[in-house]
Write a protein that binds this ligand. Structure first.
Ligand SMILES: Cc1cc2nc3c(=O)[nH]c(=O)nc-3n(C[C@H](O)[C@H](O)[C@H](O)COP(=O)(O)OP(=O)(O)OC[C@H]3O[C@@H](n4cnc5c(N)ncnc54)[C@H](O)[C@@H]3O)c2cc1C
Length: 386
């Protein structure tokens, strides 16, 4: 579907309207209880927003990445925590480019209808960390199936997803020509696997993120669930990463805009020494500075998305968009907390929750240092540092 700026405005309005039906108390409560926001995810699914990237021929809206970015930005800008569901958009980059026609026909229409959730993405492992080529989870072919053994960590939303995209080694790192060869992507039917080789253990964190550890113990995955060619999985994941970086960038821009609006309103209204605190340049300038950083980041997110939509190379822009936006949202969160003084720490202002939530994006799904290392090596031609 061709989406013009005008349509993006309509999409933004519709998403904002939906988000407004979930008051801040809803987010406070789910955060307090570390409860998955099922009602919110259901509402977004029923409205079709979570399957917006699924092509029309498979029952989705067939929107482009810029529209998905606008949707996620609006969710975050409303004060909500979109981390509960963003992965369905993140994973589409890999699914649309590398799943077979049969796999697409099997899963995409049901995802579009909201019958299946593809919210889990199992890459990170405890001993490998950022060095993905060191993963140890192994999938060994036995006839018409693969037998998977190993462990993932930080597999978010695993308990709330029907299927997972899993990266596993199908050849040991030592035997591969390149260390990134020999890894493969699988579609795992988590509901069928649970209790039959798949165990999920929640991890309690400083944010409400439904993240988990996942254990594979002789889990059998049908060979037809292999995505693309065996051994080429790392490339398939990389292919999806530019889209993921752009979408996170958009979420961070949304967070930053929420912090800026919240801080501006408070700085205008709160009076100390007989005048609004926003009259003091020590309060006003950090808000202006953050606004500037956010607008610059938003331009880079837009530029990266435009290149992606034209199928042009966009690695540097996507990485810069993610980092500039993550830095802007963290700067905005810090500024907003400071603007609120002591009240910034009170749950009822929502600042402390958003402050915690936006901090994640400087670490995951890729930490800022790794983006700098990418720019250093691939864009500037500096020596490889990792
Ligand atoms: C809440 C949460 C949700 C997550 N959800 C998912 C998920 O759904 N699926 C999934 O697969 N993963 C997920 N992750 C994992 C996330 O992608 C990783 O935490 C992240 O990539 C960093 O890896 P690590 O934690 O192993 O850090 P490490 O790799 O151990 O790195 C630790 C620190 O060292 C720095 N560092 C490491 N190597 C270098 C280097 N060469 N140069 C400079 N600095 C370096 C890093 O920048 C980082 O600051 C999640 C993480 C969190 C916290």
């Amino acid at each position: 579907m061709q989406v013009r700026e005008h349509d993006l405005g309509e999409i933004r309005d519709a998403v904002a309207k939906l988000c407004a039906t979930f008051p801040m108390e809803y987010w406070r409560e789910t955060d307090r209880e570390r409860r998955y926001p099922t009602e919110f995810v259901r509402a977004l699914t029923e409205a079709g927003w979570l399957s917006c990237l699924v092509p029309e021929e498979y029952g989705g809206a067939g929107l482009k990445l810029g529209a998905a970015a606008a949707i996620l930005e609006e969710i975050q800008k409303s004060g909500a925590n979109g981390a509960a569901c963003h992965a369905q958009m993140y994973t589409m980059g890999t699914v649309l480019r590398h799943c077979s026609e049969a796999q697409k026909r099997k899963y995409l229409p049901r995802i579009a209808k909201g019958e299946l959730r593809l919210q889990a993405f199992g890459i990170t492992e405890p001993s490998a960390g950022t060095d993905t080529s060191s993963i140890r989870t192994a999938a060994v072919r036995k006839g018409d199936r693969y037998v998977v053994n190993g462990q993932k960590v930080w597999t978010s939303r695993a308990e709330h997803s029907d299927i997972m995209l899993l990266l596993a080694r199908t050849a040991p790192r030592e035997e591969a020509q390149k260390k990134t060869d020999g890894m493969s992507v699988f579609i795992v039917d988590m509901k069928a696997a649970l209790g039959h080789g798949l165990t999920i253990r929640p991890i309690r964190t400083m944010i409400n993120h439904a993240t988990t550890e996942v254990f594979f113990d002789d889990l059998e995955v049908p060979a037809e669930n292999l995505v693309g060619e065996e051994g080429k999985g790392f490339r398939y994941i990389l292919d999806g990463m530019n889209a993921e970086r752009i979408l996170i960038g958009a979420e961070c821009v949304g967070d930053a805009r929420w912090f800026i609006a919240k801080a501006t309103a408070y700085a205008n209204e709160r009076k100390v020494f007989g005048r609004p605190i926003g009259q003091n340049q020590g309060v006003q300038f950090p808000i202006a500075r953050t606004y500037m950083a956010t607008e610059a980041a938003a331009l880079m997110v837009g530029r990266a998305a435009a290149l992606y939509e034209k199928d042009e190379p966009c690695g540097p822009e996507s990485n810069m968009a993610k980092q500039l936006a993550a830095e802007a949202s963290w700067q905005a969160g810090d500024m907003c907390l400071q603007t609120h003084g002591g009240f910034g720490f009170a749950e009822e202002y929502d600042v402390e929750r958003k402050f915690r939530e936006t901090r994640l994006y400087s670490v995951a799904p890729v930490s800022n240092n790794l983006i700098l290392a990418y720019l250093g090596q691939h864009v500037l031609g500096l020596p490889r540092s990792y």
